[in-house]
Design a binder for this molecule. Structure first.
Ligand SMILES: *Cc1c(COP(=O)(O)O)cnc(C)c1O
Length: 361
């Protein structure tokens, strides 16, 4: 006898990138930051007194919310702190979408979105991106026609790394009849001038997702936050959030992360420089690779290259380097490569070079 709901029985769970524990790989597969977090983080851990764990933590992480509010020049009521950006995504669905109502997104997109939709028993409406990864002009119209209650956009986009301008986001939000989640997991790696936060004061339907996982080198901490109009944030904060969704230690570490933000942003700048270096090296090897605004590149393996994308992924893995391969149709001839430390990126390039050499013999 199986007792789970029918939609849970029939769905596939989220498949995360490989997180091997048994062997030292160069990990360029899950967009983690190769640099360590700020020294202040280590200090908070060293100073922590375990007796503090006897009490429940602050329920709403108000000290963190105040720090984030002052960073972004908005009010505490515009912010909810969550267990990773991923918890915010789940809260948005729980709070704004009934089971059976549609959720809009692009194809391709962050592969967690359709999984979360299925958990709530919601159909997914996917709008294919154009060949150059841009949004079709009638994106909002398509989502409205399908009566979506919530729409997910990732900006800069994953896995293409392309950025939508703030004006375009504003146009989309004002045309949509649904809540719009703008997932800014990679915003700390954006080169262009880009600040979408003022939009939350103009539009009553935008929530922006931020995370400490990528830009702050804290993927293991599980801390993110949402930014939006008070009427969107309050029901999640007061009703649908787990009673104590963030443990005390993670709250203290997240506060230290915001306070020492300059350290993290300096590392992001190093990654942005390496992004250009690696891209040029991949182009020289004969891979196609457009510029991105994220901490990863999406390399296309052209016809006539020494091997297929899948074989490249396998051969690199055998050589101790993990990159991400997606078997879905739009990504079948590509690999996504997270930017690593300079020496890690060099090893990647050398490995691809020696593969090509082996192929010629
Ligand atoms: C990493 C990521 C997130 C959030 O990740 P958390 O670790 O849960 O904060 C959200 N969206 C995208 C596209 C991501 O890549």
């Amino acid at each position: 006898m199986r007792y789970e709901r029918d939609n849970i029985k029939s769905m596939q769970g989220y498949v995360s990138g490989e997180q091997p524990e048994d062997r030292d790989f160069i990990k360029l597969n899950t967009n983690e930051n190769p640099y360590p977090p700020a020294p202040e983080i280590q200090q908070v851990i060293a100073d922590f007194d375990a007796r503090a764990l006897a009490l429940y933590p602050p329920a709403r992480a108000d000290r963190f919310r105040d720090l984030a509010a002052s960073l972004h020049k908005i009010r505490r009521d515009n912010i909810i702190a969550t267990r990773g950006g991923d918890e915010l995504l789940r809260l948005l669905i729980t709070t704004f979408v009934n089971p059976g109502e549609a959720i809009g997104m692009t194809d391709p997109t962050y592969s967690l979105y359709p999984v979360l939709a299925q958990i709530q028993d919601c159909p997914t409406v996917t709008v294919p991106l154009e060949k150059d990864w841009t949004l079709p002009d009638d994106f909002a119209a398509q989502v409205n026609r399908a009566k979506c209650k919530l729409t997910f956009l990732v900006n800069p986009h994953a896995p293409s790394g392309k950025l939508l301008a703030v004006d375009r986001l504003a146009d989309i939000a004002s045309e949509l009849n649904s809540v719009l989640l703008v997932d800014e997991a990679y915003v700390d790696f954006v080169e262009d001038r880009y600040d979408s936060i003022p939009l939350i004061l103009e539009q009553d339907n935008i929530v922006i997702l931020r995370t400490l996982s990528k830009g702050y080198s804290l993927a293991g901490l599980r801390f993110g936050y949402g930014i939006g109009a008070e009427d969107l944030i309050t029901p999640m904060l007061e009703k649908t959030r787990d009673s104590y969704n963030l443990d005390l230690i993670s709250q203290l570490l997240a506060e230290a992360a915001i306070t020492s933000r300059d350290f993290a942003m300096e590392n992001c700048r190093k990654i942005m420089i390496q992004r250009d270096v690696l891209r040029n090296a991949l182009l020289q090897l004969g891979l196609d690779c457009e510029a991105t605004q994220t901490n990863f590149l999406l390399a296309t393996v052209p016809a006539g290259f020494a091997c297929s994308a899948r074989d490249l992924y396998e051969a690199l893995k055998a050589a101790g380097i993990l990159v991400r391969y997606f078997s879905e149709p739009k990504l079948i001839n590509r690999v996504r490569i997270s930017i690593g430390l300079p020496e890690e990126n060099r090893k990647l390039v050398d490995s691809i070079k020696s593969l090509q050499g082996a192929d010629r013999k």
